[in-house]
Every structure is written in structure tokens, then in C-alpha cells.
Unconditional design. Structure first.
Ligand code: ZN
Length: 137
């Protein structure tokens, strides 16, 4: 069974590589390369896989899940300029793809017993989202 919880955070980012020229960054990333950054209201959907406990009827305690999402993602990322304030985005370009991988990396160790992390979906805008299933997928 799959169970999904949503969370939201607002962050700024700029997509550029410091080892490239401004021109090359503009070619590849377009307006997103502006080093002053721009913001998004990110919507995160985290899906866990497991069986409902026969006693409680729950795959996991949803309060625990909410606390984990807040601690690992929302509190550190919300109202931050990712490139300047959040590792590894001082060296890794904070595209939606790379933010999704980093969120997986932060969440996965919390779900090694019982329900397991199945999917991280990150909406960057209303018409763009990224799905990540971990390295094996
Ligand atoms: Zn953007």
C-alpha cells in the first residue's frame, strides 16, 4: 500500500554553474541563471510503501511523518536562498531535479524500518514536477 503526505515550502534559487561563463549559463539555464535568484512555492509529496499494522490499521503514524518532513525539509529549506544557505547547493545546481534528489537523501534514512520511502515528488510550478524513486530506479 502507498500513502502520501504533502508539505510546502518557499525557497529561492538560481540555476548557474560558477565554473561556466555568464553567457554559457544563460544559454543553458535561460532566465533561471540570474544570480540574484527567484522564488518558488514548492509543493512536496512524499510517498511511503508498507502494510497497515493489524492492530492500529496504519502504515505509519502520520504525526511522525509530518514531524520528519518538517524537520528534514520544511524547516531547513523554507524562506532560504538555496544556493547560499543550504548544502549541497553551494556546489550542486539547485534545479528541481537536484532538489528532489537532496530531499530523498535527507528523508530516506528515516524510513529504514517499517514503511519505506517509495517516491519523492516535487512540484516547482503548477505545471512542472519531478519524481524520484531513489538511485536504483
Ligand atoms: Zn526556478
Amino acid at each position: 500500500m502507498l500513502i502520501t503526505r504533502k508539505a510546502e515550502f518557499s525557497s529561492s534559487h538560481a540555476c548557474y554553474r560558477s565554473d561556466w561563463s555568464d553567457e554559457r549559463n544563460r544559454e543553458v539555464y535561460g532566465l533561471k541563471a540570474n544570480p540574484h535568484g527567484h522564488g518558488h512555492n514548492y509543493v512536496l509529496e512524499v510517498t511511503l510503501e508498507g502494510d497497515p499494522d493489524p492492530i492500529t490499521g496504519m502504515v505509519l503514524d502520520l504525526k511522525d511523518l509530518k514531524d520528519i518532513l518538517n524537520r528534514e525539509v520544511v524547516e531547513p529549506f523554507d524562506h532560504r536562498f538555496l544556493n547560499h544557505e543550504i548544502r549541497p547547493f553551494d556546489t550542486v545546481v539547485p534545479t528541481a531535479e537536484n532538489i528532489t534528489i537532496e530531499i530523498w537523501r535527507r528523508l530516506e534514512p528515516n524510513f529504514r524500518k517499517g514503511a519505506r520511502l517509495h517516491q519523492v515528488r516535487l512540484w516547482e510550478t503548477d505545471d512542472l514536477y519531478v519524481d524520484y524513486f531513489g538511485e536504483s530506479a
